[in-house]
Design a protein around this ligand. Structure first.
Ligand code: ADP
Ligand code: ZN
Length: 228
């Protein structure tokens, strides 16, 4: 099973837990997680040309232009470590990006697409109360904002902080952009036999179990047109 390549797209609103779950699944499957949000944040930190272009856009909750982000993803998926599969987190976010991704998949196994669904009031609560590691970007699960100075990242020991786009104003804008530009992707993908929905409003362990099961069923049965 693990030798068959898996080309996975994690869909879902900001705060659905895509990144956390994608990290874990990427390790289990031995394929890279490709997070456009992480790549952009690294570019901002390194002050590359891409980072300088993206910074203000990200801080206002808007999307980086399709051309730019499609170019970034095309280059990343062409690297050797992505030839055996990948988990995309945060891409595609528009129909134009999804169409571009389809053209990149010619000659590869079909995309498996998992939509992680979470009600909007819970998303606002999660995003405005979360801390992330300043160094590796990992979410600090279960650490309240008030403990930001007394707790360190479990993975790398880095300092914890609030992401600059996790304040309420920008969160509401990101959700608006999600509804307008990204939610239509559910309809774009829904009719494919490799599409599944997972309930993201459960404990992390349960979400992971449901996700793993959905991926396996979609990757085996789905690719053959199986029902489920
Ligand atoms: P979220 O928690 O909103 O899912 P991400 O870390 O995925 O956050 O992305 C943060 C920001 O990076 C987005 O609000 C957007 O400005 C930019 N970004 C990330 N991925 C894309 C993309 N595929 N297309 C355009 N902009 C993107
Ligand atoms: Zn860390």
């Amino acid at each position: 099973m693990e030798s068959i390549s898996l080309n996975l797209v994690m869909l879902g609103p900001p705060g659905a837990g895509k990144g956390t779950q994608a990290d874990r699944l990427a390790k289990a499957k031995g394929i890279p997680k490709v997070s456009t949000g992480d790549m952009l944040r690294e570019a901002v930190k390194a002050e590359t040309e891409l980072g300088l272009r993206a910074k203000a856009i990200m801080e206002s909750g808007q999307l980086v232009s399709d051309d730019v982000i499609i170019g970034v993803v095309r280059e990343r998926l062409a690297k050797p470590d992505a030839q055996r599969g990948f988990i995309l987190d945060g891409f595609p976010r528009t129909v134009a990006q999804a169409q571009a991704l389809d053209t990149l998949m010619v000659g590869r196994p079909p995309l498996v697409v998992i939509d992680i669904a979470v009600p909007e009031d819970e998303l606002v609560q999660r995003l405005t109360s979360r801390l992330v590691c300043e160094d590796c970007g990992t979410n600090a699960e279960g650490v309240p904002l008030s403990a930001s100075l007394t707790t360190r990242c479990l993975k790398c020991g880095g300092r914890l902080k609030q992401r600059s786009d996790d304040n309420e104003t920008v969160v509401l804008e990101r959700l608006k952009v999600y509804r307008r530009d990204t939610q239509p992707l559910v309809d774009y993908y829904r009719s494919r036999p490799t599409f599944r929905t997972v309930n993201g409003a459960q404990a992390m362990e349960r979400v992971f179990a449901d996700l793993a099961e959905a991926v396996d069923s979609a990757a085996s049965g789905g690719a053959l047109g199986g029902v489920r």
